[in-house]
Design a protein around this ligand. Structure first.
Ligand code: MG
Length: 366
């Protein structure tokens, strides 16, 4: 029997790769696609796959469309970009659908709300680091003592510290290993993405300490230390199609390798301490995680606003961390116990972040 897959966010980077995975796997069938805007990619997907449901949606009506797309699907891939993805994850939970989760915001801002689905084992991570940890822990009888996420260090990793704050959009978008969308590439350069991943890992694997190290080659996709001191890792050339196919086929495994690996091509597998002074936004987001409640939602909203302002040339790269810090400093965290509470935090933080951006703009170009 083929597994019917609903792909939410089908025209984004993960969505497009997911369709390639489905195309190459006879066990998978594309059931439905949803995306945020109409495009040539969408028309191509419709023609090529002829899914039984496809729709462009955003805003208030999105919830109804997500629910319709999930109807009759065996697994839902949530590859929506940003905080709107949480709503889709909550609908998957309420419909009892197995959730292949590429939208990390869902767990960063709504980890509390998704606990029932998590505890029921219905969330399979697609993020490469979390997919790795998930695989390392599966079938492992030894307790896990530590989780270490690997970070490439982003596009600015070799820039002298003094030049980072004024890095250009072009410099920032040149990621050394992964080819991804705009916001996530900026989030890799600030390491905000890694901070979100730390929070995501804490939600997925509660009770295990999580930290991050810089690992330039991106061959080791994260590490797990077992109680007896043995370390486990998954290695290979970075290719998002691997975690995507694992999640879509779960609990089965792909029968063929996507790439044949030659370890002599991997070079030196080095690990370096993450220098917090180089990545001030990383610390700001982790602090929001410590505060808990709706603070991570505020951090996420502030980052979205700051990254958009940077990409449009309104603020320098170094101001992204400033906007996040400033937003969080004046933010009063509440329990993140309802979707409404999370949305409210999001809009309050967005407003404050916009003010911070305006202020920085004025200072820059008075
Ligand atoms: Mg990742």
């Amino acid at each position: 029997m083929q597994r019917r897959v609903a792909v939410l966010g089908s025209t984004g980077s993960i969505g497009r790769q997911a369709l390639e995975v489905i195309d190459g796997n006879p066990g998978l069938l594309l059931h439905s696609i949803v995306c945020g805007s109409s495009s040539d990619v969408l028309s191509m997907q419709r023609k090529r796959f002829q899914p039984s449901f496809s729709e462009v949606t955003s805003g208030m009506v999105a919830a109804r469309v997500f629910a319709e797309a999930m109807e009759g699907a065996d697994v839902v891939l949530n590859a929506i970009v940003g905080s709107p993805g949480l709503e889709a994850s909550l609908i998957a939970q309420s419909r009892g659908k197995l959730l292949a989760l590429a939208n990390k915001e869902s767990l960063v801002i709504g980890g509390e709300l998704l606990k029932p689905h998590l505890n029921a084992g219905m969330i399979i991570p697609v993020d490469s680091e979390h997919s790795t940890i998930f695989r390392c822990i599966q079938g492992e009888s030894r307790p896990v003592r530590k989780i270490v996420l690997t970070a490439s260090g982003g596009s600015l990793r070799d820039l002298p510290p003094a030049s980072i704050a004024l890095a250009s959009v072009e410099q920032v978008l040149r990621h050394p290993t992964w080819n991804m969308g705009g916001r996530i590439t900026v989030d890799s350069a600030t390491l905000v993405n890694k901070a979100f991943e730390v929070l995501e890992a804490r939600a997925l694997f509660p009770g295990v300490p999580v930290s991050a190290v810089i690992h330039r080659p991106s061959i080791v996709h994260s590490l797990v230390e077992c109680a007896d001191g043995a370390w486990k890792a998954l290695m290979g050339f970075p290719d998002m199609k691997i975690p995507i196919s694992w999640a879509l086929l779960y609990p089965d495994l792909p029968t063929e390798a996507l790439v044949m690996e030659d370890p002599t091509q991997w070079g030196t597998l080095s690990f370096e301490k993450l220098d917090p002074a180089r990545y001030p936004a990383f610390g700001a987001v982790l602090d929001a995680g410590e505060t808990g409640g709706t603070a991570p939602a505020a951090a996420n909203a502030a980052d979205e606003v700051a990254v958009a302002a940077f990409l449009s040339g309104r603020i320098p790269f170094g101001a992204i961390a400033l906007v996040i810090r400033e937003t969080l400093d004046s933010f009063e965290s509440r329990p993140a116990d309802s979707f409404l509470a999370v949305c409210e935090a999001d809009s309050i933080a967005r407003e404050r972040a916009r003010k911070a951006v305006d202020r920085i703009c004025l200072q820059q170009f008075p």
